[in-house]
Write a protein that binds this ligand. Sequence first.
Ligand code: B12
Ligand code: SF4
Length: 369
Amino acid sequence: MRSFESRPLGRLSYFGRVAIAKDCGAPLSKAAAWTRVLRTVCDGRRRLCLLESTLLSPDRLRDTLPQTYGGNMTIPCRVLMVYPKFVPDSFWNYTEACELVGANYPAAPLGLITVAAMLPKYWDIHLVNRNTEPLMDADLDWADLVMIGGMLNQQPDFLYLIDLHGKPVCVGGPDVSSSPHLYAEADFQVIGEAEQIIEQFIATWERGERSGVFIAEKFKIDVTLSPMPRYDLIKFDHYLFIGVQYSRGCPFTCEFCDIIELYGRVPRTKTPDQILAELQALYDHGYRGHVDFVDDNFIGNKKKLRTLLPRLKAWLEERDYPFEFSTEASINIADDSELLRAMNDANFFAIFVGIESPDPETLVQMKKK
Ligand code: B12
Ligand code: SF4
């Protein structure tokens, strides 16, 4: 009866019927349920698991499980997510614009909060954006694992953070994916879009291993399966705007741009329902105002965009226009007045356009005729 399956049980533990509950004496709000399978009976059609549940305080749970089961259990993990400082004096810090409206930095770290949504629900996550708030020793002391992500202009601070505290560090994001060799000192590297490989990292961590490199197959992520970002982790009043991502990838090939290397040439889009759910989440968290569609090229797939825009318009109307939108798109948007009108109707007030070159030959090379 007491024979015990030693495979990871974390996800199993929330299903099935609790047979025996032991009291650890801690108040319920401070206790965590650790449930294990005592016996599995299978009649060919159904599987019945007899579970034993023990209430332990979170600290005892953390201390007890790895010793008892050789690390072969899913246990809570305290994750400190850090967004490194951007280099000072970058035009893109929009320092004066931020000062004007009392924000600390233009945009929230959407990559990190998207990854946060992929981590097990029983992991605790604390996010520190070094561009908006200080990173305290207490944050690092608290953490079991530090996860850092960022882009090229964060590289100096990113590299500094890797060695800061001797805690295991997992790195990812665009700069790590572009230049993994620079981040070789990190214990774990997640290269590419995380949706496909984060499970491998989690499994490795939960097996008790403390290093690894995980490489996503390029451009294979179905973004319709990307989870709802953890908007609850960000402090809205720190930012000029909040990002939402509709698509990844761009059909052009501007030679200075990392997009096609990082996200591919075939734009992959989320569904209208998915985008409206993300906006609804922002709305429910109380956010109002400027939302930026952080797509590489918002009009990369015009056909699909045309189905999204009327839905966006209707959604805004029903809620009395809580958001106004901006985005990035290639200049050929200027040829499509119908699309521009639909974007205007959906409350887009600004489109960021890059003029790559005034030279027609160069434009032809970039597939921009
Ligand atoms: C919005 C945006 C901005 C915003 C700021 C965003 C912010 N949060 O701070 C603004 C407009 C200010 C900006 C500015 C710049 N940006 Co910018 N920006 C973007 C853009 C369009 C979207 C970013 C985003 O939110 N993505 C959505 C999330 C979900 O995607 P993601 O971050 O890639 O995250 C995924 C993976 O990378 C991974 N991941 C991410 N983080 C982590 C962390 C861990 C631990 C793990 C495991 C995984 C992981 O998992 C996620 C899910 O798959 C990207 C392009 C892009 N498609 O991402 C460029 C991009 C990041 N920017 C880039 C650049 C170069 C710049 C500038 C230097 C512009 C310039 N040319 O001068 C400036 C620098 C800013 C500064 N302050 O100095 C490059 C970075 C290239 C690189 N190799 O690092 C990109 C990729 C665009 C490009 N043209 O190549 N940017
Ligand atoms: S159009 Fe923009 S996103 Fe596309 S390749 Fe050129 S610079 Fe990059």
